[in-house]
Ligand binder design. Structure first.
Ligand code: SF4
Ligand code: SF4
Length: 159
């Protein structure tokens, strides 16, 4: 569900989003820049005109994208390259080894909900393999089981 201020996923530029999602590099920074940035209702909003942060799209260095990346979780040695927890650090540590799971985008507080809705509702379901259907081999297996059960019952009845 969009937040009170977020657009619907139907209003995003899906063509641009698809290009970014198909690029084999960490996508979070680009989606952050496509988003609206800090809103006046955000907790980090500072009520001082001199330090107005509304619309600021900068990385907060919260590290959510780093923590959610499966490439880094499997290979923590990559962290040795930097102590930072930013999208730039993610790009440096993962690069073209990105597995395009989009966890980093979904975890980023600076990415609009509309993009997250689009990824969860329309992009990820296309990449998930459907559960294997019962194949004809499964039917042969069931027929074999039925035959064995039938034979056992037949032996009992013939006694
Ligand atoms: S979280 Fe997923 S999409 Fe983001 S950089 Fe890591 S592998 Fe790539
Ligand atoms: S999740 Fe946090 S660290 Fe990563 S890009 Fe977004 S604001 Fe920056």
């Amino acid at each position: 569900m969009p937040t009170t201020r977020d657009d619907s996923k139907d209003n995003i530029n899906k063509e641009v989003a698809d290009i970014l999602l198909k690029t084999k590099e960490p996508p979070v920074a680009r989606f952050r820049l496509l988003s609206k940035g800090m809103e006046p209702y955000h907790r980090l909003y500072i009520r001082d005109a001199e330090f107005d942060v509304v619309g600021d799209k900068a990385c907060l260095a919260c590290g959510n994208c780093i923590d959610s990346c499966p490439v880094l979780r499997r290979d923590p040695k990559r962290f040795e390259q930097t102590e930072q927890r930013t999208s730039f650090a993610l790009e440096s540590c993962v690069g073209e080894d990105c597995e395009q799971c989009y966890s980093c985008v979904l975890a980023c507080p600076q990415v609009d909900t509309a993009y997250k809705d689009y990824i969860v509702d329309e992009v990820i379901p296309e990449t998930i393999q459907p559960a294997p259907r019962i194949t004809s081999l499964d039917n042969y297996f069931m027929a074999l089981i039925a035959l064995i059960i039938g034979m056992v019952i037949g032996v009992f009845l013939a006694r």
